[in-house]
Design a binder for this molecule. Structure first.
Ligand code: ZN
Length: 454
């Protein structure tokens, strides 16, 4: 579907390009890309077919979510899992998640993506590591769902290979053999990974965490990723329990473990990345390892506070992520960017963390974490992924600086969102998605999943 008409997003109330360029009079879209930025007081240098009046909108690059578990939208606020820290929380949920079925995953993926999209997100990474029997084609189902919603995705082929009986955390029922995992990883890369500029689907490989994966699988995954030039992803240094596990199981701290399995390189990005010492931060930065900062999840599970400034200063790309919806429990990217700003202020002080920093983490920073330079900022030739927010709710009334207001007053829903030059949200509503039907399907799936263990 080619669409080469030119749209001028004209005269925004506020705009954040991510690169300091003057786009006071907006920007022009042609096809899937941004054609030019228009400086304050100017009109486009080219003719346009359509003018979108953005005079009531704050315009930002589409937000990029770097870590999620879409399936967890089915187990939000589950009574048995409330008020726990990571390990007991996981042990409570594994048996529930083991019951996941194909239609449930499809509903969860569609719902999570729609929720993200409506919050101004245009690209999302998902870490899917549950492949019970009959759900071997989990990632295939997610590719289908993402195309239906019209979002850009990095789908990771997650995995768990270290069961409880081998000293791991998850029960035997949710782990797979290394051979099965590697064969499916290769199949998915060959079938779906698009390395080209403007890709709508990329595949990455994502063994779940040190306490659920064998070291052999970590090593072989790194080798396979190198062969196909795809990215590698895992959870690391999320909690002190995990650090103790690594010391006990491998006699190593987490970063030493990462290095020992061939992952300390710029191909890798880590979810959380909280418990690092100064030397480890230097090594991660020198290697260019990316970090997905998940503020809500880290507060909810009381895991700790990521050292975003130190990691960035060392050379790590840092992005933002909502994490799975059983530890957040929502998938709202603009709210997550706000939480990142506040949590990092708590760590570094109010004068050190500005709203522009948080917006940069959620856009350019996240793009770098996913290894992409075609998204994450508003500039000529970048992909036309844009989120537009109006400030007409009670929460914004009386606000002076529109860009600061977006985060400080707590924006939670975009008025319009464009992905690859296509409008996917208009007037606050997703295009071609029936929300009541999606809700009904998703609620029924969540109820069915919970009923399987009760
Ligand atoms: Zn996670």
């Amino acid at each position: 579907m080619s669409n080469n008409k030119r749209i001028w997003i004209a005269n925004p109330l506020g705009i954040f390009t991510g690169n300091g360029a003057d786009a006071g009079a907006g920007l022009v879209i042609e096809g899937t890309r941004i054609l030019e930025l228009v400086a304050r007081g100017q009109t486009p240098s080219v003719d346009w077919d359509e003018r979108f009046d953005a005079s009531k909108h704050v315009v930002i690059p589409g937000l990029i979510n770097t870590h999620h578990h879409f399936y967890q939208t089915l187990t939000r606020a589950l009574p048995a899992a409330l008020n726990k820290e990571l390990f007991p929380w996981l042990k409570t949920l594994y048996p529930v998640w083991a019951g996941l079925e194909p239609d449930m995953l499809s509903a969860a993926t569609e719902l999570a993506l729609t929720e993200l999209l409506m919050s101004g997100c245009t690209t999302a990474a998902d870490h899917h590591y549950l492949f019970p029997s009959a759900l071997e084609e989990a990632v295939d189902l997610q590719v289908e769902a993402a195309a239906k919603i019209g979002m850009r995705v990095t789908l990771t082929r997650g995995s768990m290979s270290l069961g409880e009986d081998q000293g791991g955390l998850p029960p035997r029922t949710v782990v797979q053999t290394e051979e099965t995992i590697l064969a499916d990883s290769e199949r998915l890369i060959q079938r779906y990974h698009d390395a080209a500029e403007g890709a709508m689907v990329q595949i990455a490989l994502a063994p779940c965490s040190p306490f659920s994966v064998t070291t052999g699988l970590m090593r072989d995954t790194a080798t396979l990723a190198q062969k196909y030039n795809v990215r590698t992803h895992t959870h690391l240094a999320e909690t002190l329990d995990e650090e103790a596990f690594c010391q006990q199981q491998f006699g190593l701290r987490t970063v030493d473990y990462l290095e020992s399995v061939g992952w300390l390189n710029e191909r890798s990005w880590l979810a959380h990345g909280i418990h690092f010492n100064a030397d480890e931060i230097e090594r991660l930065g020198a290697a260019g390892v990316g970090i997905a900062h998940c503020p809500n999840s880290n507060m909810m599970l009381a895991s700790g506070i990521c050292q975003v400034q130190a990691l960035e200063a060392a050379g790590c790309p840092v992005g933002i992520a909502v994490d799975g919806s059983a530890s957040n429990d929502c998938s709202n990217m603009i709210q997550e960017v706000r939480q990142a700003m506040y949590l990092q202020r708590l760590r570094y002080g109010s004068s050190q963390v500005h709203h522009q920093h948080a917006l940069r983490w959620g856009t350019q920073g996240s793009a770098a974490v996913l290894g992409r330079d075609d998204i994450g900022e508003l500039a000529a030739s970048k992909q036309a992924d844009i989120a537009l927010f109006t400030l007409d709710e009670l929460r914004f009334s009386g606000a002076h600086d529109p860009l600061a207001a977006l985060l400080l007053c707590g924006a939670h829903q975009a008025d319009a969102v464009m992905v690859a030059g296509q409008w996917r949200v208009r007037d606050g509503k997703p295009v071609d998605i029936e929300i009541p039907a999606l809700l009904e399907k998703h609620r029924a799936a969540a109820a069915r999943l919970a009923a399987k263990v009760s």
